[in-house]
Design a protein around this ligand. Structure first.
Ligand code: NAD
Length: 272
């Protein structure tokens, strides 16, 4: 119960990783302020309460600063000031070559994945500064380092989130606030399960651990970063990817994978 008495706000709490983070932080004793744009938030709240956790929910689009301000004020009125912020909500809404990307979708990925965390930071940081204590965890991605084929908007927004993380540390470490980025590799969530099997299996074969991560493994790291014990870890970028950062995972298209496999078979000894 290392977070007893703390209030933790988690965005995207209705999703695969967000729900695991909510359950873990509740198990550590935190009261939860859960925020999501979608209806799946209710199932997370039900799971938290079934596990005897305390939570309050608000729906908001994190890309909209006005909506974020209203939602955070409503959550704080019920739970008190936010001690821990987990910027977890994120989207991949466009898989296309750079030259054919739809500018509106590019803008939306940046708005949700980068401006969203910025909006949350503006809403919660002043109270953290006043109380001289705060924990912020930004969920980035392995895409922030190695890029992700045909996902320029996602990669750029997740790389931008690393820059934002560094600035929070530079400006607020002296106020007792830590801000760290977590960079997951492939995690076994509904979104990853929904990928074409050929694409998913091809990528997993490149993961040194030869498996996807579990949402609970991300949640355990986030929970630690929210504790007092983690108070000197600041501005860090922590890979949690089964070693993928050593051996970049390529999410190709099914057509490209078949072409590569055919080329490999054609060039292997004894097939000529
Ligand atoms: N699953 C993976 O393999 C993986 C890998 C690397 C990074 N990540 C990152 O982890 C985070 C969680 O991923 P996930 O797999 O659980 O995704 P998910 O799609 O299951 O969950 C994301 C949640 O965010 C919410 N959301 C989306 N747009 C929002 C908005 N504008 N305002 C408020 N809420 C919004 C969704 O409704 C959803 O509940 C994301 O930031 C994602 O980029 C995931």
């Amino acid at each position: 119960m290392k977070l007893l008495g703390k209030v933790a706000l988690i965005t995207g709490a209705g999703g695969g990783i967000g729900r695991a983070i909510a359950l873990r932080l509740a198990a550590e004793g935190a009261s939860l302020a859960l925020l999501d744009i979608g209806e799946s938030l209710a199932a997370t709240a039900q799971a938290v309460r079934a596990a005897s956790g305390r939570c309050e929910c608000e729906h908001a689009d994190i890309a909209d600063a006005g909506e974020v301000g209203v939602a955070v004020a409503a959550l704080q009125a019920r739970l008190g000031s936010i001690d821990c912020l987990v910027n977890n909500a994120g989207i991949t809404n466009h898989i296309a070559p750079l030259t054919r990307m739809d500018p509106a979708r590019w803008e939306r990925e940046l708005a949700v994945n980068l401006s969203g965390p910025f909006n949350l930071l503006q809403a919660v940081l002043p109270a953290m500064v006043e109380r001289r204590w705060g924990r912020i965890v930004n969920i980035s991605s392995m895409a922030a380092r190695g890029g992700l084929y045909n996902q320029a908007g996602y990669s750029a927004s997740k790389a931008g989130l690393l820059g934002l993380t560094r600035n929070v540390t530079l400006e607020h470490a002296r106020h007792g606030i830590t801000c760290n980025a977590v960079l997951p590799g492939l995690i076994d969530t509904p979104a990853v399960q929904a990928m074409p099997a050929l694409v998913r299996d091809d990528a997993l074969a490149l993961v040194p651990a030869r498996r996807a991560g579990r949402p609970e493994e991300i949640a355990a790291l986030v929970a630690f970063l929210c504790t007092d014990e983690a108070g000197f870890i600041n501005g860090a970028e922590i890979d949690i990817d089964g070693g993928s950062h050593l051996c970049p995972v390529v999410l190709g298209s099914a057509r490209e994978i078949r072409e590569r496999q055919a080329a490999q078979q054609g060039s292997s000894p004894g097939t000529a």
